[in-house]
Ligand binder design. Structure first.
Ligand code: ADP
Ligand code: MG
Length: 751
């Protein structure tokens, strides 16, 4: 731990010594190991705990919260490098404790290791204040209850610089850090150049302020009259969010709750607020507290982002505030030196449950909204054949004129028992055509507002989408929307639970269909995946053709293949403009494929399948008929993006055989291939191609991750399963009688 992340300073010290020794002839003897000077150790550790000014502020504010303060004020000068001052009205520090206050490992919060299991305070390592004295000048002013005056004392390198001086003081403690990193030139330099440290501090205080709503927070620049964060204690979380993040955020939030109390799966309670689909932002804001600790949890954040990415218009990211409470013994708080991350018992289950809840909130809010829109905008009866112009007119004028007073919108929807949501709903334009299709409608209406000219309202697309809707199997829809993903039963089938039933679902078929549907829904509104190396179409098509006839006899036909490749390339170059505009498939004038569409966010297709896809575009698309053409292209994309089996066999189980190196026995050429086997005695393990194996492991693990965290959440939101799926083996109900039988069934599947 002392060499890891020790910051730039220690590194620099090492380099300097090396330079000095560079002139001395190289000595081969091992260097002598010696004990580091105490002050060096402390400074290294300090650099780890206090990485930036904002980490110091976090530690100080947490100390103030631990001291039961109700008011915490922060003043910052020069991004925190010149001055950080945190004043609170907490219980103060006793006079007798001042001499050891800033020594390492002095704390009032923990005595035995076991206490960690039930620790309620934020601090416990007794390192923060000590660290600050090793990298800055610390002054503490404090007064405890019942005292007539307070004390002030300054610290350096863990010790008091003088006896505490009596002084006038107001209730609580003020801690001042001056000249942070004064003795760490490199770090100071990097930080001086970055302008955003103050912003980071403001961001931190904002987060604390919306969680600890019974505490007044303020944060200002030194000398500034106005505070950049200013929160007043309140009993309403939403009020706190409004005062810190603004009306535009608070207006678009929905309350969310989830919990579980089943020790065999998970035990937790979550409450918070999440943004609805009206909220627009470029960056995700995720404020997460776990057992009162401000922490990060990348897995949870990604899981939620996936759900939003599929729902919100392009580039819009959610605002999330969540507080999760678990039994203290289920949380390991001691996994990160700055306590920024924690690890949880049954983290996967908890994340999945929360993800589901977010999803259903979003869906309900969207459905409620569509309903709302129908209420306030009685529909002129128009059918699918309505012209582009009339649609545009109605939607554009709709968005301008429909300003419904908020009070009239409250509780018009009896379907939503909560009702309260509606005070935040805004009426959005919506063309009559799309009204029936839930989420779709909302997304399309958003698109229309953003870019009415470009709206993809080609009749053929609308027809294809309504084909999907009318062909949807309601029973399967219910399963897809409300199932719980249990895991992969084998390479192709996922095991799902729906009510009391278990199902096996073919993820290849499902993903193919979902991708197809999403292409139609996102038609002409794709984000792009940029290929790092543009791929020449002729080569791709040649590859695919060669793959197609694996019969070596036919290899003589290369000339013919080249001809086909050339013709197809020409054809696709002619269609390039349309492919680009509607499907984000970009082919440049030289016939290189350089861009592909994002169909589901956070998911890129298996690039090994590009050749097949390009060939399919060239061969299978009927370019004459608009509807057929769009359908075929969408289907080709669907096949390409489907979560099919990776080309490398699954390395678990028997699949591992594939990764054994096929070494011809006794072959003299052997040496070249097996330089690692110097000893001559061949160990079984060494025969495995580890590089390929680990590549395969990564690919398969990624696929599984995508299935669980991208495919299933998106399916719940968007998939309209076609009736054919009920009979073509995509869904198979598992008749489960005993666990034993189930296990036998699994074994049977694997065989
Ligand atoms: P930790 O918080 O891990 O105990 P610190 O170095 O942050 O370690 O603080 C050391 C001790 O100083 C705390 O345990 C606490 O008793 C005391 N302390 C620090 N800041 C304050 C404060 N603002 N008010 C009261 N006591 C404080
Ligand atoms: Mg502390």
């Amino acid at each position: 731990m002392q060499t890891d992340g020790c910051g730039q300073q220690p590194l620099q010290m090492e380099m300097e010594t090396e330079e000095e020794e560079a002139s001395i002839p190289v000595v081969k003897e091992p260097p002598k190991i010696h004990r580091l000077d105490e002050s060096v150790v402390n400074r290294i550790a300090a650099g780890e705990v206090i990485q930036r000014p904002v980490s110091a502020v976090k530690e100080l504010v947490e100390n103030s919260l631990d001291a039961d303060s109700t008011s915490i004020n922060v003043v910052v000068k020069d991004g925190g490098l010149k001055l950080i001052q945190v004043s609170d009205d907490g219980h103060g520090i006793r006079y007798e404790d001042l001499p050891i206050l800033c020594e390492r490992h002095t704390t009032s919060k923990l005595s035995a290791f076991e206490d960690l299991q039930s620790i309620k305070s934020m601090g416990f390592r007794g390192e923060a204040l000590a660290s600050m004295t090793y990298v800055g000048h610390v002054t503490v002013t404090t007064i405890t209850k019942g005292q007539l005056h307070g004390y002030r004392v300054t610290y350096r390198d863990g010790v008091m610089e003088h006896e505490p001086k009596a002084c006038a003081a107001v209730k609580g403690t003020q801690i001042m850090i001056e000249n942070l990193f004064y003795n760490m030139t490199a770090r100071r330099k990097t930080l001086q150049n970055s302008a955003d440290d103050y912003l980071k501090i403001v961001d931190l205080l904002s987060r604390f302020a919306i969680h600890h709503i019974n505490v007044n927070f303020s944060c200002r620049k030194h000398g500034a009259a106005r505070a950049d964060v200013h929160s007043v204690a309140t009993s309403s979380r939403l009020d706190a969010i409004r005062s810190v993040y603004g009306v535009s955020v608070a207006r678009n939030l929905m309350k969310i709750e989830a919990s579980d109390n089943d020790p065999s799966s998970s035990v937790f309670e979550m409450a918070g607020f999440i943004s609805n689909s009206n909220y627009v932002a470029k960056k995700i804001t995720m404020v997460l507290f776990i057992n009162e600790r401000l922490v990060e949890c990348t897995a949870l954040k990604r899981a939620i982002e996936v759900v939003y990415a599929a729902t919100l218009p392009k580039a819009s990211k959610p605002f999330i505030y969540m507080s999760i409470v678990l039994p203290p013994e289920h949380v390991d708080v001691n996994v990160h030196p700055t306590k920024r991350e924690v690890s949880l018992l049954s983290q996967e289950v908890i994340i999945e449950k929360i993800q589901l809840e977010v999803e259903s909130k979003l869906r309900n809010s969207n459905e409620a909204r569509t309903f709302q829109e129908q209420m306030v905008q009685p529909s002129p009866s128009s059918a699918i054949g309505s012209t582009k112009d009339s649609q545009l007119n109605s939607s554009v004028s709709g968005s301008k004129s429909q300003k419904i007073p908020v009070h009239k919108m409250v509780r018009t929807d009896s379907l939503d028992p909560a009702g309260r949501l509606h005070s935040y709903l805004q009426v959005k334009s919506l063309s009559q055509l799309e009204k029936d299709s839930g989420l779709n409608a909302v997304r399309s209406s958003v698109r229309q507002r953003r870019n009415p000219k470009e709206t993809a309202d080609l009749t053929s697309i609308q027809e294809l989408i309504s084909d999907i809707d009318s062909n949807c199997h309601s029973g399967l829809l219910d399963i897809v929307r409300h199932c719980t993903y249990i895991g992969m039963a084998d390479d192709v089938f996922a095991l799902l639970q729906h009510n009391t039933h278990l199902y096996l679902a073919n993820v290849v078929n499902l993903s193919k269909e979902l991708m197809y549907q999403q292409v139609l829904r996102r038609f002409a509104h794709f984000n792009a995946i940029q290929l790092s190396d543009p791929a020449p179409l002729p080569e791709l098509i040649m590859l695919a053709l060669k793959e197609e006839d694996s019969d070596p006899e036919c290899n003589g036909n290369d000339v013919l293949k080249e001809k086909i490749a050339e013709m197809n390339t020409e054809l696709l170059k002619q269609k390039a403009e349309m492919l680009d505009e509607y499907f984000c498939i970009h082919i440049d004038i030289h016939g290189n494929l350089s861009r592909l569409p994002v169909i589901l966010d956070q998911y890129t297709p298996d690039m090994d399948r590009v050749p097949e896809f390009v060939l399919c575009l060239g061969n299978d698309v009927d370019w004459e008929d608009e509807k057929n053409c769009f359908q075929a292209i969408s289907a080709a994309l669907g096949n390409f993006y489907a979560m099919d089996l990776p080309l490398l066999p699954n390395p678990t189980g028997d699949g591992v055989q594939f990764y054994r190196k096929r070494k011809p026995f006794g072959n003299p050429d052997d040496e070249e291939n097996s330089t690692s086997n110097m000893e001559g005695d061949v160990v079984m393990e060494d025969e495995i191609d580890h590089e390929l194996l680990s590549e395969a492991e990564t690919v398969w693990a990624q696929r599984e991750w995508s299935i669980q965290h991208v495919l299933f959440p998106s399916m719940r939101l968007f998939l309209k399963p076609p009736t054919s799926m009920a009979t073509n083996g995509t869904f198979v109900q598992v008749i489960l009688i005993t666990l034993n039988q189930f296990l036998i069934f699994l074994a049977y599947l694997k065989a």
